[in-house]
Design a protein around this ligand. Structure first.
Ligand SMILES: Cc1ncc(COP(=O)(O)O)c(C=O)c1O
Length: 389
């Protein structure tokens, strides 16, 4: 029997939520339903709130370190959910995965170095490379029968061209591919061959639907421990992005020391008090909650996909293997991304991320976040239909 209620909406206006409070600034209108930012409209497991309340009531919020119990909760989570055995000493903390990507770029590469990513991809992958004065090598994903695949030939060429670092997104945002062990092994072996490090962003790894399995890249082969830096976080899984707490797992002593040294240069010392408390409680108590969340999200994905197929046949959805983000193909409308956005705003009153924001290969798509109440999902789908019919 389900014990958590994901069906009933909770008002998030007046909470300085980026999704609900900045829609007017970003999309220019305040009567839009926001289904853009990747966070969920749900409360986390009740134990997270209880742990934070207990700490809140103490009343003193001085500098706080992450005690070993936090690392142990991460260790147990990774072992139970992903069959990955991690030493406590491998775990570092960071305020976010995007900050970790930037730190890794600074720690392991120099200005002018080449870094591989695979577009369409979460925009900060491009931004962190470019803002750090490194060069993007884009191994654009291949859309084969509405499913992303990796171009290994071009990937190997980019490694031959001297790429120093590869930013992998697994599961992939957008498109929701959960890369298979075979695909990951191939990527890892090629990077070993050409001496290229891999930052594996596994922030969406707990949000994987039942017929698929997330495989942590680093767990596949002993040798990968020498080249892989893995980022995980409770922020997507448990909707805790506002706590700004994440972990970086680096088995190699040398790579870990380099990462730590770079964090030191940035003045990073510790996470915020509630990030530490929330992260431990989520990983310790969140299994049942996550099980129920995934069933609910799976239903939302099916409802949205069926609705779009039956009512907006010009659009088609890439079936997500993981993540709560639908990648919707609008190319048969033959509209530019600006026109798609305009129709969504003017006619649909709906705020969605336009696909060209994710780089080459994203043009003509939109990304829709379906981690919301059933009522808002249905409202969003009606608005999507209104935008394009
Ligand atoms: C692939 C990916 N990485 C990182 C992030 C953001 O991570 P953080 O908020 O920890 O910086 C997101 C958020 O949507 C994401 O989709």
């Amino acid at each position: 029997m389900a014990s958590y209620d994901f069906y009933t909406g909770i008002d998030r206006t007046q909470t300085a939520s980026v999704k609900w409070g900045l829609t007017k600034d970003i999309f220019g209108s305040d009567d839009l339903l926001p289904m853009w930012v990747a966070d969920m409209d749900f409360q986390p497991p009740v134990e997270v709130k209880q742990a934070m309340e207990e700490r809140l009531n103490h009343g003193i919020y001085g500098y706080t370190f992450a005690p070993p119990s936090v690392g142990k909760s991460i260790q147990a989570w990774l072992e139970n959910l992903h069959t990955w055995t991690v030493n406590l000493s491998w775990i570092l903390y960071s305020p976010g995965v995007v900050p970790s990507i930037s730190t890794a770029i600074q720690a392991y590469t120099n200005p002018g170095d080449k870094i591989i990513l695979q577009s369409p991809i979460y925009t900060p992958f491009f931004e962190m490379i470019e803002k750090n004065d490194r060069i993007v090598l884009n191994n654009q994903l291949i859309n084969k029968e509405n499913r992303f695949e990796i171009d290994f030939i071009s990937f190997e060429q980019q490694l031959k061209d001297g790429a120093k670092l590869f930013l992998l997104c697994n599961p992939h945002n957008p498109g929701g591919r959960v890369w298979t062990e075979d695909e990951l092994r191939k990527l890892g072996n090629l990077c070993l061959k050409y001496n290229c490090l891999i930052l594996s962003d596994e922030i969406h790894s707990d949000l994987v639907y039942r017929s698929y399995k997330h495989v942590p890249l680093c767990s596949i082969d002993e040798k990968f421990k020498d080249i892989v830096i893995t980022c995980i976080a409770p922020s997507k899984t448990f909707n805790l992005a506002g706590l700004q707490a994440s972990a970086v797992i680096i088995p190699s002593d040398e790579l870990r020391d380099q990462f730590k040294a770079q964090q030191g240069k940035q003045g990073f010392f510790t996470l915020n008090t509630f990030g530490i408390i929330g992260m431990e409680a989520a990983y310790r108590f969140g299994h049942q909650w996550l099980d129920e969340l995934l069933s609910y999200l799976d239903e939302n994905v099916n409802i949205a996909t069926t609705y779009i197929t039956e009512n907006i046949p010009a659009l088609s959805v890439m079936k997500p293997e993981g993540t709560y983000l639908l990648w919707i193909d609008c190319r048969s409308l033959s509209l530019t991304d600006d026109k798609i956005k305009e129709s969504l705003i003017q006619k649909g009153k709906l705020a969605l991320e336009p696909g060209n924001k994710y780089g080459p290969g994203g043009e003509g798509y939109v990304r829709m976040n379906i981690a919301c109440s059933r009522e808002n999902l249905m409202d969003g789908l009606l608005r999507l239909r209104r935008a394009f019919t």
